[in-house]
Design a binder for this molecule. Structure first.
Ligand code: NBP
Length: 476
């Protein structure tokens, strides 16, 4: 046994992750259900490092040094359980199974408990960065026992992306914490992408700019506060010409956004925890709306528009307004995502360090951005920050753009350009900063029809009014 780590599941992600381990000097055992993938990996990339190809699971396990460290990189769901079931009888206490696929965190909680019962460590590990990240350095979010991280951490930190010499990998927390954080990362990614798409739409439909011109705007934005992987690739995509038609590539792509489920899981969990992640929810629903083919067909040309064309005297000023609105909306979406992490951490007892999560998202992953440094700094100033948006840096940054934000949202509304994420983020901002919300009326209504009681602003206690009788108030 001489392999320091093993990877089973050698499709795009597992193959590249195995190569990444080998290129970093680790001896890697590699295995795949169908042996062809394993053989082609060794044949094509054997020169990049030291691979130990195994044709059976038993040979694979036998090739590993103890405690064994087995990365499972298969299709999330039933395939993961099938591989675990095959693997577990071959392992010994102290061995570590790392699920690096996109598992739903409740599955990870279940698997961790089952393996812990057999003396095995189970590490639900979020990996972001797609194929390229897996090969060149992803952002890695491992959960599970702290003890397992002591053995595994140094290996993962070596293959992770680095920013300013700091690896984009750290221990996240017990049980399903790693996959949970990866899920919220993906939810934030949905919001970020939707906000960018809305900004594009405002410039395209609102100002009538060409895709290539907007690409230049995004390239420009990528030199400032918005600098990020997603803004960078947006500029690239918008500049791309379709070889078939000679027109802008984006114009030939069908406008139906698909999803694999992590956005939906994020929203479902937020509903369970009661955390208002309106940006991520709107982004997830916007994808659903785009894919609502019969509904859209029934509405096009039928539903009245009654719009007012965008009145723009100064194009550059409007573009700058959109940039500010995008930044402010993005701060809201991230603030909400970090709120969800805080709520889950408290609810499940995971002790997640939010500043550290922002730090490991600075490189390797899809939402990598300059902006994440600011988030880490905010949590360094105050680890238990109740609201990221209210951190002095972000409160000030948003304050400078709030006028622009209102102008953009109102212009979009009048022009009939849908901006669900821009608009709902602004509504959240106004809601969370309001001294008083109309929830007082809702509580009164609830007491009226269901005797659900209410609290008063002027006295402690819980009260009920006898609405159907003489309307006297009693303390409940
Ligand atoms: P896929 O998600 O396409 O899965 C293919 C792999 O799963 C193959 O190795 C396949 O083996 C194996 N597999 C299946 Br399917 N059923 C199996 C079973 N019953 N027993 C054993 N092996 C089984 O691969 P991927 O795109 O490389 O993604 C791997 C994981 O990484 C997924 O969980 C994915 O969500 C996650 N992820 C992907 C990305 C990305 O950008 N693609 C990013 C981040 C995370 P076979 O070769 O024998 O069919």
């Amino acid at each position: 046994a001489r392999a320091q780590i093993g990877v089973t599941g050698l499709a795009v992600m597992g193959r590249n992750l195995a190569r990444n381990f080998a290129r970093n000097g680790f001896v890697v055992a590699v295995h795949n259900r169908s042996v062809g993938r394993m053989r082609s990996l060794v044949a094509e990339h054997g020169g990049e490092g030291e691979f130990v190809g195994a044709e059976s699971m038993a040979d694979f396990v036998a090739a590993l040094e103890r405690p064994r460290k087995v990365v499972v990189m298969v299709k999330a769901g039933a395939a993961t359980d099938a591989v675990i079931d095959e693997l577990v009888p071959l392992l010994e206490p102290g061995d570590i199974v790392i699920d690096a696929g996109n598992a739903h965190f409740p599955d990870t909680v279940r698997r961790e408990a089952a393996l812990a019962g057999r003396g095995l460590h189970f590490v639900g590990c979020g990996v972001s960065g797609g194929e390229e990240g897996a090969l060149l350095g992803p952002s890695i979010m491992p959960g599970g026992s702290r003890e397992s991280y002591e053995v595994l951490g140094p290996i993962l930190e070596k293959v992770a992306a680095t920013v300013d010499g700091v690896p984009c990998c750290t221990y996240v927390g017990p049980q399903g914490a790693g996959h949970f954080v990866k899920m919220v990362h993906n939810g934030i990614e949905y919001a970020d992408m939707q906000l960018i798409a809305e900004a594009y739409d405002l410039l395209r439909q609102g100002l009538g700019m060409s895709a290539a011109e907007i690409g230049e705007v995004f390239a420009q934005w990528n030199t400032g506060d918005l600098e990020s992987f997603l803004i960078e690739i947006t500029a690239d995509v918008l500049a791309h010409t379709d070889p078939l038609t000679g027109g802008a590539f984006v114009d030939v792509v069908a406008d139906r956004a698909e999803q694999k489920g992590t956005g939906r899981w994020t929203v479902q969990n937020a509903l369970d925890l009661g955390v208002p992640i309106t940006g991520i929810a709107e982004a997830t629903f916007a994808r659903a709306l785009s894919g609502s083919v019969p509904q859209r067909a029934a509405a096009v040309g039928v539903l009245a528009a009654d719009t007012v064309a965008l009145q723009v005297d100064d194009r550059d000023a409007f573009v700058e307004d959109v940039r500010r609105a995008l930044y402010a909306s993005k701060v809201v979406a991230y603030s909400q995502g970090f709120d969800q992490i805080a709520a889950a951490s408290a609810q499940y007892g995971w002790g997640i360090d939010r500043g550290a999560m922002a730090r490991i998202w600075r490189g390797g992953c899809i939402i990598r951005a300059r902006f994440l440094d600011r988030i880490t700094q905010a949590y360094e100033r105050e680890a238990d920050l109740p609201l990221l948006l209210a951190d002095p840096y972000f409160a000030d940054a948003v304050a400078q753009g709030v006028g622009a934000w209102r102008r953009v949202v109102s212009a979009a509304t009048l022009a009939g350009i849908p901006t669900p994420a821009f608009s709902s983020s602004l509504a959240y901002y106004d809601g969370v900063r309001a001294e008083r919300l109309p929830a007082n009326l809702i509580q009164a209504q609830r007491d009226f029809f269901g005797a659900h009681t209410y609290a008063r602003t002027d006295r402690p206690g819980t009260f009920h009014t006898d609405w159907s009788g003489d309307r006297t108030e009693t303390e409940a």
